[in-house]
Design a protein around this ligand. Sequence first.
Ligand code: DGY
Length: 328
Amino acid sequence: MSPVTTRPRIAVTGRIPTPGLEELRLIGDVWEWEHDAPPDPPTVYAAVNGVDAAVTLLTTKVDNTFLDAAGPQLKVVANVAVGYNNIDVAACAARNVIVTNTPGVLTDATADLAMALILMATRRLAEGERVIRSQTSWQWGMFYLLGTSLQGRRLGIIGMGDIGIAVARRARAFGMEIAYANRRRVPPELEAELGATFMATDDLLATSDVVTLHCPYSPDTHHLMNSATLARMRPTAFLVNTSRGPVVDEAALVKALEHGVIAGAGLDVFEHEPDVNPGLLRCENAVLVPHLGSATVETRTAMAVLAARNAVAVLSGLSPLTPVMRPV
Ligand code: DGY
């Protein structure tokens, strides 16, 4: 008699590209959420009940309630995102559940988007587009919708991980000078290649023409940009955020934009997504896009495949490719 082998059960709590699903289906029985809008928590809890692996999107909150609903056989939560602030990592660790994320594969797409927001904000492109779309009359003029040049200006990067570094490379190609604030200095060769100057955050804020945020969200970075830190920026400077919304105190940002404390902002992420502070909608000098940092076909496919491979590795008794932490 051949031994009975049971296929692992896997729940995918948001719609992901097919290549990721295919990798999962090779080894397990897969439940997948097929809609673009995320499932509500009761649907998630019912779906994860009894699964061995959960593949989650950043719209799924993985906390003790989720883990209780899943049960003790859960081995891995594979997040389809580099950020994992939707996951209570300590709660997972306490239950020996491995958490993985998708670093690397979205670096270029996110850096491209940050650069796009820098250009949009400094060159007032969204304002210009609104003029055309609203059929407002306009006329070329020497002083019409003047923006700010990037050449010779300082880009201050807060968070010099893979994405911060990729933004620095792009900004160099636009003639910008690079400053960065980070927990640790990057290697001297990289500083030399990027012409990057390591600075305390306060000095970076006070001397940069554009400040771009690339730090993970945590209690330490909650409202990193608030009325005090915004006031340290130059009145001619711009703030760009492609990290996580709550790194910026949105109410303080609205005041700063309305009162000329800073010149403008480019935001891909919001404090209470998908809601956007109504004050921001009033600010002509804010460029607002709906969390599109990794939103290319290629990148989202690579994210789904990497998350699936992480789940498959753990279910096969192997080490995950990109763990956030290992169980204690
Ligand atoms: C991430 O991976 O953390 C991004 O925010 C998703 O686009």
